[in-house]
Design a protein around this ligand. Structure first.
Ligand code: ZN
Length: 433
């Protein structure tokens, strides 16, 4: 039995995250982390040795963050080409687990973990729960996938680390989810935003609004806008938190919003973020939007060095009102691979979403359909859930034209008619090829 800072007695003897308050990281520690990761990768993996050699880089010349710019990027394609364990930088007997992405856009991307990586991930995830105000008094229902998928295992380990009671419901099955929420008094739900919306609309349809014990929702694995947030929060009467992560970088739980909801605090003692121009790869100054590139500082199993995440965001340049020592990344505005070209113009679904978010009477779900018309060329149809209101369609067409420099067609549909999904929602349908 161990007394922790919170005064709780830990039966397992493990100190909770509260016992070791998180702090920011010094420049010298960042530099040491970069040096360690480069040396670790090169010493442990022929793939990494060949990668640096091909770029003509002497790994010994890398002294810290300032030298990152001399190192070549790594991409999801590199990771796939070295499938399954080419990036592993420790002897195989030190690896204790793998997780992998769903492989919806190609070969699965893998993350392999050592004992310390698993512990580091749980610590980061616990910090996320603490940041969202989840404590040992909470009951956390994990409504995401277990197994190869990183999410279930990550949410569970993090919630247990703060001492919360975990209800590992897994994804899907609304009836079971609602039964467990009521029976166990679930206070916090963890899900994709798509599934949270489905749950919220089911609660409304069954007249259960206001009768659930939930007070918080932690949602990740896809980008979700303010309109989606408002609808989920109002239907369920909860506060929601956007959590960040990707399979290659431990999984979810490497950053989260605080109660200020003004960007995502990321755990800069575990990894370093650069923002680069997604086309040229040139690093951008703080505050400018571009692709998120990560370099891990202590990841053993599969370190990431200048890994291009394909996530689009920017670094927040002001200090957060919450006083956290950790820097912030703006909520993701899209992914570089979501981009579609319409009449030669680059369009991101996130642009469409931010435009329709500003129009009153519009629901949270939308789809983009792209067609080829021999007379008119590329045609983009935006399908949006909305209440029928005079002039709404015209207003949406006008706003989309202003924002995208394109003339999309707009199709209005009743609320709830676009599919709700338990996983990531598919929003772009390209029928041109
Ligand atoms: Zn904050």
């Amino acid at each position: 039995m161990v007394e922790t800072r919170s005064g709780l007695t830990s039966v397992s003897g493990l100190t909770s995250i509260e016992a070791a308050p998180a702090r920011g990281i010094e420049q010298s520690e960042l530099d040491a982390g970069v040096r360690w990761s480069v040396a670790h990768a090169v010493n442990g993996s022929p793939w990494w040795r060949a990668h640096f050699a091909a770029a003509g880089v002497d790994p010994a010349s890398i002294t810290g963050v300032a030298d990152l710019v001399h190192l070549p990027f790594t991409t999801k394609q590199d990771l796939r080409n070295s499938y399954p364990l080419g990036w592993a930088s420790v002897p195989e007997e030190y690896l204790v687990r793998i997780h992998a992405s769903s492989g919806t856009t190609g070969k699965r991307t893998v993350c392999a973990y050592t004992v310390r990586d698993i512990a580091d991930w749980a610590d980061q995830f616990a910090r996320c729960f603490t940041t969202a105000g989840v404590t040992s008094k909470d009951r956390v229902q994990v409504m995401v996938g277990y197994g190869l998928w990183t999410a279930g295992a990550g949410f569970q380990a993090g919630a247990e680390r703060v001492g919360a009671l975990v209800i590992p419901a897994g994804p899907g099955n609304l009836d079971l989810q609602l039964e467990l929420i009521m029976d166990f008094g679930t206070t916090t739900i963890c899900a994709t935003s798509s599934f949270a919306l489905l749950l919220a609309e089911t609660v409304e349809a069954r007249g259960l609004t206001g009768s659930l014990p939930i007070s918080k929702g932690i949602f990740g694995s896809e980008r979700w806008g303010e309109r989606m947030r408002e609808r989920i929060e109002s239907l369920l009467g909860i506060e929601t938190f956007d959590i960040y992560g990707l399979t290659e970088l431990y999984g979810p739980g490497v950053g989260i919003e605080c109660t200020e909801h003004d960007g995502i605090h990321y755990w800069s003692d575990y990894y370093y973020i650069e923002i680069v121009d997604p086309v040229s790869g040139v690093p951008l100054p703080p505050g400018e939007e571009g692709e998120v590139v990560v370099t891990t500082l202590r990841k053993e199993g599969m370190p990431l060095i200048r890994y291009r995440t394909r996530d689009l965001s920017r670094l927040c340049t002001t200090e957060c009102k919450c006083g956290s020592p950790f820097p912030r990344l703006a909520r993701l505005s899209g992914r570089t691979d979501d981009m579609v070209k319409v009449r030669g113009v680059a369009v991101f679904p996130s642009q469409v979403e931010s435009i329709i978010d500003r129009v009153e009477g519009v629901g949270p779900e939308y789809q983009l359909h792209l067609h080829w018309d021999p007379e008119r060329g590329d045609v983009m149809v935006v399908r949006i859930e909305a209440n029928e209101m005079p002039g709404l369609r015209e207003k949406l067409i006008h706003e989309l034209h202003e924002g995208l420099s394109l003339h999309p067609e707009v199709e209005l549909l009743p609320y709830g008619s676009l599919p709700r999904t338990e996983r990531k929602a598919k929003r772009v349908f390209d029928h041109r090829s």
